[in-house]
Design a protein around this ligand. Structure first.
Ligand SMILES: C[S@@+](CC[C@H](N)C(=O)[O-])C[C@H]1O[C@@H](n2cnc3c(N)ncnc32)[C@H](O)[C@@H]1O
Length: 469
């Protein structure tokens, strides 16, 4: 449980490791028993993880398990799809150096804000300054959101808008005050924390398929005081977390901002890779974080929006780039794309067969890039989810395993976590499974020295059997 501010003395962080708060992994996760280590499994209730609800985060305990089960010492751990930063943060708690890639600049800032170290007393003083100067500027409100699309601000378009004008004034005043701080780390932290409350003070809700207006939003009108309260609450919680867990066993990190398909080719040596890519369910993360991306100024034109969307994994049909052709190496994928093409007219988008082919093309490239720099005998754990289109199941774990074997990995196991609910178009039945695919890069040199048979084509040993789930 998170201690209250009263339980944490100001300036105590340097003595925390001596007793009150050890900052170790078990304390952070409170030794809890989670029903599933997959996504949406209660991680949002943990310190740091509740700064911004991130439904797709996996449980940090999964990272602890991957590190513990590795046959080689894990000094560096890679996550090419950083999201809310679960892997990187868990690594800091476990004493492992994290390398994380994230394409979405709001999420990249959220990750960096969590991984950085602060002087909590200075942070508190800067927060007090922000609140004071925002109050002063709101006497003469000057909205500076001139880059926002008209749908964002009252009076909006066709009688609908995302932020009431008084709320926008408050957000604008807070942003101005935050941006005038001298300390870059503090600016980044306060901005992402403000970003984390934006949807709650808006007239929309956001879910897997984008955003929609709240029922009765016009009569609900949000007050500027609600913005102040929500912002103060989250800053308060964040300062407690940062103070309580400032003695994480590892303080360093590498955060690469951008497209992991490109960045991984530059090389990211690691002893373990653990990640959860977007699922092939047409869930577009650029849409999901659109309110934050625009309101915080990460996006200032529709071209920037399109360019960010086009840098994401080929997991949705909103992409405005050419879908790459499905990779060779998986008979399950070949048969799936043939079936989907045959049903094209019945699919809710005619581009779904190409999207699925492109999705596995992108993931095959990720697997190849990781293989090149992963330490021999190192593991790759991938949390994946199935999808279904017009009754045809996309067995992501199966296809990925075949592609991994083709790249040279051994497939150690496919461990199912839980069932996910299918989309409403598919009847909403909870039959789509989520699993962790566990791969290993064989130690080819070691095997050669011992004369163990290798598959001449792939460099793996002869067994290409797919493990049972
Ligand atoms: C399922 S989420 C990862 C969740 C993460 N495991 C966690 O616990 O928070 C997938 C992430 O991949 C990111 N992403 C999508 N395409 C990407 C790309 N080409 N390069 C880097 N990140 C990408 C998305 O922005 C999203 O944050």
């Amino acid at each position: 449980m998170r201690p209250t501010t009263d339980e944490i003395e100001p300036g105590r962080q340097e003595t925390a490791s001596q007793g009150t708060v050890t900052g170790r992994f078990e304390e952070w996760t409170q030794g809890r028993l989670v029903s599933s280590l997959g996504t949406n499994s209660g991680a949002p209730k943990l310190p740091f993880q509740d700064w911004r609800h991130f439904k797709e985060a996996f449980a940090p305990e999964l990272v602890a398990r991957a590190v513990a089960e590795s046959k080689i010492p894990v000094k560096r751990c890679l996550d090419p799809f950083g999201g809310s930063g679960t892997t990187a943060l868990a690594c800091q708690f476990l004493g492992v150096h994290p390398i994380t890639i994230e394409v979405n600049p709001f999420l990249a800032d959220l990750i960096e804000a969590k991984l950085s170290h602060y002087d909590a007393d200075r942070l508190t003083r800067d927060f007090v300054d922000v609140v004071r100067s925002a109050r002063r500027s709101s006497v003469e409100p000057a909205i500076r959101f001139d880059w926002l699309p008209p749908t964002f601000l009252e009076p909006g378009v066709s009688g609908r808008w995302i932020f009431d004008i008084s709320v926008a004034q408050r957000i604008s005043a807070l942003l101005q005050a935050i941006d005038s701080l001298a300390n870059t780390l503090h600016r980044r932290l306060f901005r992402v924390l403000l970003g984390g409350i934006l949807v709650s003070v808006s007239n929309v809700v956001v879910n897997g398929k984008g955003r929609r207006y709240r029922g009765g939003w016009k009569s609900r009108r949000c007050e500027p005081e609600t913005v102040d309260k929500a912002f103060s609450d989250v800053v308060h919680r964040a300062i407690i977390d940062l103070r309580s867990y400032s003695d994480r066993p590892w303080s360093g990190f590498e955060l690469l901002r951008g497209d992991s398909r490109r960045l991984l080719r530059l090389g990211a040596p690691a002893d373990l890779a653990i990640f959860s890519p977007p699922y092939p369910n047409s869930f577009d993360y650029t849409d999901i974080y659109n309110v934050e991306l625009w309101a915080l100024g990460y996006l200032r034109s529709s071209q920037e929006n399109t360019s960010l969307r086009n840098s994401t994994l080929c997991s949705h049909v909103q992409l405005k780039r050419e879908f790459p052709a499905a990779p060779q190496g998986s008979s399950a994928l070949t048969s799936l794309t043939e079936q989907l093409r045959g049903l094209r007219k019945r699919l809710w988008s005619p581009w779904i067969p190409e999207m699925i082919g492109g999705y596995f093309y992108d993931l095959a490239g990720i697997l190849r890039s990781i293989y090149k720099t992963l330490t021999p005998s190192g593991n790759v754990w991938i949390v994946v989810g199935d999808s279904r289109y017009s009754g045809i199941q996309v067995d992501t774990a199966e296809i990925l395993s075949e592609l991994a074997l083709d790249t040279g990995y051994e497939v150690e196991s496919i461990e199912p976590f839980r069932s996910m609910r299918a989309s409403a178009q598919q009847g909403g039945r909870p039959e789509l499974s989520e699993s962790v695919v566990k791969l290993k890069k064989p130690n080819v040199a070691w095997r050669r020295r011992r004369g163990i048979a290798l598959n001449s084509q792939t460099g793996t040993n002869a067994s290409r059997r797919r493990p049972a789930r």
